[in-house]
Design a protein around this ligand. Structure first.
Ligand code: PLP
Length: 400
């Protein structure tokens, strides 16, 4: 019998990290590789935020803090929810963790009993099902298809809810598709949830600020305030403020849940880094004008990438509302033979052959729960994107 815990055998290592590592290895071996696998902005953290961190160090803010965050940051989080989402949370209902991922982890560990089900619309962010499994729950993936622009339909949600459903994890704009729900689309889902009071909602709003073409972001409690008593509204500084390495995520929700999450965090990571918390305070309270400026750059890249990918034989790429990903279908390439002689049987083969033949790293759709697709991150320079799309086009054209 293995020394390693049994439940770990059901958990996958992150596929996105695996692709990034493989691309890094090939690069180190001298190959010309363009990585479109990473889920982080290529922009740097703004200077005022860096300075706030340096000032915090100089002031000696280098000690343990309260487990769930410094009061100043929790107040700034409550202010953010009021200002940007029109939701009233008390600072005591706010919670700071070492990243958005630990928020989800803490929430699941704090609430899941064996056999509890968690509805996860697919394609989903890779970590959701594995975190649910680690917590002893059952992830229930519900496929949101390309015909519906990768958005869950109310009838599907209704059909997926059972008496064992504990949570739905909702993510808009989505990683990996970039799809974001309009007010009316979200209202149709919250109308279903209103009818099932035992189901809690974890809304992952990480990409809130990355929406394009005047799209208006909305979060469930904003659309249906009666859900507030059973919703955990989660967000973070990683994507909007280009602070992935600083490790700060935050959430707000009912006190009992927040208290249980605090218990988990107190016995696992303890407080998030003091210095990053002070930097995040500046992120939330300092100038916000760089956000739309950067979003404009992302929008231009999105438009370019969608146009170029749609020129590729066998690919179909919808135009998403937000985030910095597109999720093209490679259904038209399945069954064809790659230059290496290998028949492309699924999206994993497509991705592997693309990397081997043309040195472009993308992530296979199977990792996100919907095949045959792949995820392209356009959080990289326009030149790299242009070259990568040209290579993808050449690769598709070479398939026989
Ligand atoms: N949620 C989504 C949808 C994400 O894409 C990511 C990161 O890729 C996270 C949460 C995790 O964010 P963090 O890096 O702050 O843990």
């Amino acid at each position: 019998m293995s020394f390693i815990a049994e439940q770990l055998s059901r958990v996958q290592p992150s596929a996105t990290i695996a692709v990034t590592n493989k691309a890094r290895e090939l690069k180190a071996a001298g190959r010309d590789v363009i990585g479109l696998g990473a889920g982080e902005p290529d922009f740097d953290t703004p200077d005022n935020i860096k300075k706030a961190a340096i000032d915090a160090i100089t002031r000696g803010e280098t000690k343990y803090t309260a487990v769930d965050g410094i009061p100043e940051l929790k107040k700034a989080i409550a202010d953010k929810f009021k200002r940007e989402n029109g939701i009233d949370y008390d600072p005591g209902q706010c919670f700071v963790a070492p990243g958005g991922k630990p928020i989800i982890y803490n929430a699941m560990m704090a609430t899941i009993n064996p056999g509890d089900e968690v509805i996860i619309p697919a394609p989903y962010w890779v970590s959701y099902p594995d975190i649910v499994l680690l917590a002893g729950g059952i992830p229930v993936a519900v496929e949101a298809t390309i015909e519906h622009n990768f958005k869950l339909q109310p009838e599907q949600l209704e059909a997926a809810i059972t008496e064992k459903t504990k949570w739905i994890i909702f993510n808009s704009p989505s990683n990996p598709t970039g799809a974001a729900y309009t007010h009316d689309e979200l209202k149709a889902l919250t109308d279903v949830l209103v009818k099932h009071p035992h189901v809690w909602i974890l809304t992952d709003d990480m990409y809130e600020h990355l929406v394009y073409d005047d799209f208006k972001f909305v979060t469930p409690v904003q659309v249906e305030p009666s859900l507030k008593d059973r919703t955990l509204t989660m967000n973070g500084v990683s994507k909007a403020y280009a602070m992935t390495g600083w490790r700060i995520g935050y959430a707000a929700g009912p006190l009992e849940l927040i208290g249980a999450m605090r218990k988990i965090q107190s016995q696992s990571t303890s407080n998030p880094t003091s210095i990053s918390q002070w930097a995040s305070l500046e992120a939330l309270e300092g100038p916000q004008d760089f956000i739309p400026e950067r979003a404009k750059v992302f929008k231009e890249r999105r438009d370019m990438v969608v146009a170029l990918l749609n020129e590729c034989e066998g690919l179909e790429c919808p135009t998403p509302e937000g985030a910095f990903y597109v999720y093209p279908s490679c259904a038209g390439c399945i069954g064809k033979t790659a230059p290496s002689g290998k028949v492309i049987e699924n999206d994993s083969d497509f991705v592997t052959e693309l990397l081997e033949t043309e040195g472009v790293a993308v992530v296979q759709g199977v990792a996100f729960g919907l095949e045959p697709y792949f995820r392209v991150s356009y959080a990289t320079s326009t030149e790299a994107l242009t070259e990568a799309c040209a290579r993808i086009k050449r690769f598709c054209a070479a398939l026989k």
